[in-house]
Design a protein around this ligand. Sequence first.
Ligand code: MLT
Length: 244
Amino acid sequence: MNTIQTCYSPALFPLFKEENAIVVVVDVLRATSAICTAIHHGVDKMIPVAGLDEARKYKAEGYLVAAERNAIKQDGFDFGNSPYHYIDEDLSGKTIVISTTNGTQAIEAAKDSSTILIGSFLNISAIANWILQQERNVIVLCAGWKNKFNLEDSIFAGALGLKLIQSGKFNTVCDSTIAAGYLYERANNDLYGFLEYSSHRNRLKDLQLENDIRYCLTEDQMETIPVYMDGGLVHMSKFEVVNP
Ligand code: MLT
């Protein structure tokens, strides 16, 4: 039997670290949904960076760079954090550097882990199915908001936790996974409605980004799983060539 745990903040991740565990990083609204969409639509690699200074250095070297802070695309960069920026066949085969308020901070916190998957509602069943073929423990790392708890990443953790536990191959002794499961059971008939009072749904709503929210809350739109390899996020098929 393998275990699943849920870490609600990158700041807490050192408490959860476990050798050989699979870490699923999630920032439903919107960084990991945008990364899944980009890789699914043919972007070759996304290089996550935590700081804007590092992002600027890549920009000066001629890279395509996405940079978002507080849900707003930063001046001088090519893209923001909307998944819709990455549904563009001209980006096929390209490398894009990305820096976001929370999502890339969570990836940075996890970066020494042996396997890091990028999760979202868009690819949640693909993630669960891939994990079920491994014999390894799982930690869901919620990006949250500036190291604080958020609802949308937590309901993702609950949804994934329930899928794994209901398979009979996983159990949990982690109260945060149990709590996340309860939240998902409350939310699951209407994820958008459940988030009515959540801070980031309202932040995005104020910026007229409701289409982004609805898209990011749509389950199972793709089989694509981005995975961290050699400092970048690539399609799982590339990772599996190196780690069969
Ligand atoms: C982040 O990484 O903090 C988020 O994805 C913020 C956003 O919605 O742009």
